[in-house]
Design a protein around this ligand. Sequence first.
Ligand code: SAH
Ligand code: SF4
Length: 344
Amino acid sequence: MSSFYELSYNELKDIITANGLSARGANVLYNWHYKKKNFEPCVEDLSKGTKELVYGAMSFGLPRISHIQKASDLTVKFLFELEDGSKVETVLIPFNRKYSVCLSTQVGCAMKCSFCFTGMQGLKRNLKVHEIIGQLMMVHKWLGENRPGPDARILNVVFMGQGEPLHNFDAVKKACDILIAQEGASMAAQRITVSTSGYLPGLMRWKDEMPGVNLALSLHSPFDEIRNELIPINQRYPLKEVLKFIDDIPLHRKQFVTYEYLLIKNLNDSEEDAKALAELLKDKRAIINLIPFNPVPGSHYQRPELSTVRAFEEVLVSYKIPTMVRVTKGDDILAACGQLNTNS
Ligand code: SAH
Ligand code: SF4
């Protein structure tokens, strides 16, 4: 049985009209499930035939919550179990009194970055569209049941959980299309951010296929030698080429590309690193997100002192590049970046 959450608005409409039913049904259903966030069958004005078609022949199954961890700062980490028993993690992050959600796109990841807990698992499989959308729907459901009220709103979606989103491009693109669809959740594209390690085959499709969505690149070192160690796919898709493609992406007036920079003690946290990074980005529409390394089991890397992080930040600010230090959220539950591993 195919999943409702797998279907773009147009696909749903086509299925409905192909059965001789009114296209309006697709509007009603998208509105009911995505805008109003209902999890029960639609009780609004919908023809009997459409109801039978949709609720008789489509599955509305969502990932099952296998485990929940709540951090002291209101961050919540969900461990979801999928139909085949695979597990992925999703993180709900407090943001301006509302929330952001960090979604996973793969079970594990093939990129094997040396600092990343997810990378240590290797790639098990891509997530399907309904498993990506399903994470978000389940988080909405949980919020409605556990933290109801005006603040229980998800303002931003970030693809920064397990997996390399651009290595599962088709599913990620379709999930974005579903979130953006006016008839449904109607999320603004600029509220969605996709983070990539620099997977070039995906970036090459970005310009035409992901208009308006925000891009974040995990940069981590301006020097190929170090970046090769941290992000092995840099050997195949070197930073210089990746940046060339990113520079070619048209941006809206207020849009920036985010460059994430993981800070690891004595590896990429020197003044020289900061200057080289600034030189690389100074003429771009860039925001830098500094991420002090979050320790993960089995890694010898260390987090730099706060004074080193501040000194690094100051160099970037002296180049007038907007820079933020990512405050680690959900630290006490291993929900921070790169700490997601579902083997254990
Ligand atoms: N695969 C994508 C998105 C998921 S990872 C990517 O690599 O961009 C999201 C962010 O967490 C990336 O910037 C990644 O480099 C970072 N990250 C991974 N492991 C980390 C760790 N141990 N400490 C801090 N950040 C980490
Ligand atoms: Fe994959 Fe991103 Fe982890 Fe690298 S940092 S292994 S690309 S999830």
